[in-house]
Ligand binder design. Structure first.
Ligand SMILES: Cc1cc2nc3c(=O)[nH]c(=O)nc-3n(C[C@H](O)[C@H](O)[C@H](O)COP(=O)(O)OP(=O)(O)OC[C@H]3O[C@@H](n4cnc5c(N)ncnc54)[C@H](O)[C@@H]3O)c2cc1C
Length: 482
């Protein structure tokens, strides 16, 4: 067995996507020594389409709005569209990382193959094996590998003789030209890809297990994430709004949703119902079985298909840590992570990324990263506060539902309310006396429009204040090039 290289004077951050970069900035500000390791050739995570395992595709756009989604210290530029294109997000992440000089912490083009906890005379440490076969021993591990990385592919009886692959490999509508295509699933990527198929394929089908609410990307001209929808009664009002303004999705082949709007991650797409109602895309229920190129569905119908894209999501795993050492799952309530970040059993392991938030926002990642970095620093500089935090980590999980009624079904258990998580992080940091690091201490959250008031009394709307995310004039490219 190779003797590990001793790196126990420092922590390891795996991943240079938005989560890993947020942790890196917080550790840098805290003065904690760390190395970063990234499998891809640069910072940016899945937004670099050529990053190995990136599920990005040409028609992808941000699903949360530019005005509310950037890091607080360098918001997205004013000229960005409401819902930026994937390459604008990539450029923005590159610019933010360059602004803080984060790339210098990382070794790129290097994959972590395995990480295991080891007990030493000085407490727990982590042995990390790289793809180069090098083994290093670190003081601890912050895993930020992205949680849209390990494909989830369901199985059905029979054999399909066409081409079938996961949406992770899907890049552009050209893949559909001249083919009879079927997209399975109805998440945000699934409906984007189904829209591409509707435009480019000879015949396009979407197969779903159940009916979903489809949200317009703008309500009264305002992005959905600018509304405060924080209660069960808001959900009920929203249901009535969608029933009136979007209408019964049963008319285009879906049934009736078995859940309230926002009971799980919202699907924001204006084009899917357009293509379904124009006949460019056909809705089918769940697959029953395969027979050569023929797909049989649960309602007794069938379709001849050349290409299946499984847009059926991802498994919540840290791929390089064995499940015996870290259980993370949106499918099983038995998780090892306190607030989806702090390992309850392994004090030297933390994770950023698995919490699924309705509202995006890299500022929220930075606020979470601040908790992680403060805690890590305390281990050597304030052991009694480290112990107080360990006691909180070992205690009950706080309610992060924010008053919503959530879908308590496998695949959705990591869904938390962004505002509730934000409030909890702020309270926790305040009660422990943590220092702001990656996230400005004087941050003022963007205002939201009270949806209950607006739905009861609809009127023309203007964009609410961006809080501390007020756009500033700069070009991301200037920062990269400069
Ligand atoms: C179409 C689409 C739209 C989206 N829209 C939004 C949105 O509007 N708002 C929002 O907040 N989020 C959105 N997301 C979610 C997206 O996951 C986040 O924006 C963000 O990229 C998550 O950052 P991350 O760092 O956790 O993961 P990633 O971006 O996936 O980065 C993880 C990094 O870890 C590296 N890595 C993984 N394993 C290893 C290993 N073993 N060794 C070394 N390096 C490794 C990877 O190479 C990668 O660079 C969207 C996603 C998609 C696909």
């Amino acid at each position: 067995m190779t003797q590990p290289a001793d790196r126990t004077d420092r922590w390891l951050v795996v991943g240079a996507g938005p989560s890993g970069l947020s942790v890196s900035l917080a550790l840098q500000q805290a003065g904690v020594a760390f190395d970063g390791i990234e499998a891809g050739s640069t910072v940016g995570g899945m937004w670099n389409m050529d990053n190995p395992g990136s599920g990005m595709y040409e028609s992808a756009h941000f699903i949360s709005s530019a005005a509310r989604s950037g890091w607080a210290d360098l918001p997205m530029p004013d000229h960005y569209p409401t819902y930026p294109r994937w390459w604008e997000i990539r450029d923005y992440i590159h610019a933010w990382a360059a602004h803080h000089g984060l790339g210098r912490h990382y070794t790129f083009d290097t994959r972590v193959e395995q990480a295991v906890p080891v007990e030493t005379g000085e407490g727990e440490r982590w042995d990390v094996t790289l793809a180069t076969s090098e083994v290093r021993r670190y003081r601890g591990l912050v895993a930020c590998p992205g949680f849209q990385r390990v494909p989830n592919v369901p199985t059905y009886p029979g054999t399909f003789s066409g081409e079938a692959r996961h949406s992770q490999t899907y890049k552009s509508a050209d893949e559909f030209v001249g083919r009879r295509a079927m997209v399975v699933g109805a998440g945000n990527s699934a409906v984007d890809i189904a829209v591409d198929a509707a435009i480019a394929a000879d015949r396009a089908v979407i197969s779903t297990r159940r009916a979903y609410w489809f949200f317009p990307k703008l309500i009264g001209g305002i992005p959905l994430d600018c509304f405060a929808i924080n209660s069960v009664s808001s959900q009920e009002r929203l249901r009535r709004f969608l029933e009136i303004h979007v209408g019964d999705v049963g008319r285009v082949g879906f049934g009736t949703p078995d859940h309230q709007p926002l009971a799980h991650h919202p699907i924001l797409n204006d084009q899917i119902l357009h293509h379904l109602s124009h006949g460019d895309l056909l809705s089918r229920p769940e697959i029953e079985r395969f027979d050569g190129n023929t797909v049989h569905f649960a309602d007794g119908t069938s379709e001849d298909i050349d290409l299946i894209i499984w847009a059926t999501g991802y498994l919540d795993r840290v791929p390089f840590v064995n499940a015996e050492h870290c259980r993370i799952s949106s499918r099983d309530a038995d998780n090892d992570l306190f607030i989806w970040m702090f390992h309850r059993r392994h004090p030297q392991m933390m994770v950023l990324g698995p919490a699924n938030l309705a509202a995006g926002g890299y500022w929220a990642l930075a606020a979470s990263a601040d908790l992680i970095a403060n805690h890590i620093r305390d281990q050597q500089h304030d052991p009694s506060r480290w112990e107080r935090m360990r006691a909180i980590i070992g205690g009950p999980e706080p309610d992060l539902s924010g008053g919503y009624s959530y879908y308590q079904k496998p695949g959705h258990l990591n869904y938390v309310n962004a505002a509730a998580l934000d409030r909890y992080c702020e309270q926790l940091a305040g009660s422990l006396g943590y220092e702001p690091l990656a996230h400005p201490g004087d941050f003022k959250a963007p205002e939201q429009i009270d949806i209950d008031g607006w739905l009861d009394n609809p009127r023309p709307l203007s964009m609410p204040s961006h809080g501390s995310l007020a756009p500033i004039p700069y070009q991301p490219r200037d920062l990269i090039d400069g």
